[in-house]
Design a protein around this ligand. Structure first.
Ligand SMILES: Nc1nc2c(ncn2[C@@H]2O[C@H](COP(=O)(O)OP(=O)(O)OP(=O)(O)O)[C@@H](O)[C@H]2O)c(=O)[nH]1
Ligand SMILES: [Zn+2]
Length: 197
């Protein structure tokens, strides 16, 4: 993945102790050669998985440009890796984020839309909340006149355990403001689906 999420500060000794306990609970020997460093590795990995907990949407969207563009801006196929808060296993897929800028023509950098998705994905999550949080933050912090966020993911908690249905994909959407208008929404959908494999 192209992103370079900063490690979130987790209580490393506590996380390590918890992972060690988990290994014992599943009947493993945490002191065998291959596992000795595992608690520390997992604790560090959790710092990355949950780095979004220490980030703030206002900061991500703090830098704006005035380019007098009042039409739709849409970034498609933003890769998503998140952690299902029910099972702490990943769900992954893509997000599409489109918005109509504020009346004053202020826009954010395109990468910031991906950073926003990343920030909310790197938390214990459910897909619906991830979708809603991205949409609402564009309204709150950027004054977007319209927002459409679509997230499409496979949940490993449905693929590798439980119902075991690999390949099923969950699609969630959040639409705000002017994008609720049928004609504008249709334009967004056409842009979204255009050129799709
Ligand atoms: N709405 C929603 N549900 C999710 C998400 N991720 C996982 N789930 C579901 O959360 C539910 C948790 O259900 P429970 O019955 O409490 O847990 P469980 O016994 O492990 O459920 P099964 O997965 O059906 O075996 C499951 O139906 C999951 O599919 C998500 O992002 N959104
Ligand atoms: Zn789950």
């Amino acid at each position: 993945m192209a992103s370079e999420a900063k490690p979130h500060v987790v209580d490393q000794p506590r996380a390590e102790a918890a992972v060690r306990e988990l290994l014992i609970a599943i009947g493993e020997d945490p002191d065998r050669e291959g596992l000795v460093e595992t608690p520390a590795r997992v604790a560090r990995a959790y710092g990355e998985f949950f780095a979004g907990l220490s980030l703030d949407a206002g900061e991500v969207l703090s830098k704006t440009f005035r380019i007098d563009h009042e039409e739709m801006i849409l970034v498609r196929d933003i890769e998503v890796y998140s952690m299902c808060e029910h099972h702490l296993v990943p769900f992954h897929g893509v997000a599409h984020v489109g918005y109509i800028p504020a009346r004053d023509g202020r826009v954010t950098g395109l990468s910031k839309l991906a950073r926003l998705v990343e920030m909310y994905a790197r938390r214990p999550q459910v897909q619906e909340r991830l979708t809603t949080q991205v949409a609402d933050s564009l309204v709150t912090h950027l004054g977007a006149q319209g927002v459409m966020v679509i997230v499409e993911c496979e949940h490993l908690c449905m693929s590798m355990r439980g119902i075991r249905k690999p390949g099923s994909r969950t699609i969630t959407s959040a639409v705000r403001g002017q994008l609720r208008d049928p004609a504008t929404r249709a334009e967004a959908m056409a842009l979204l689906l255009g050129g799709k494999r």
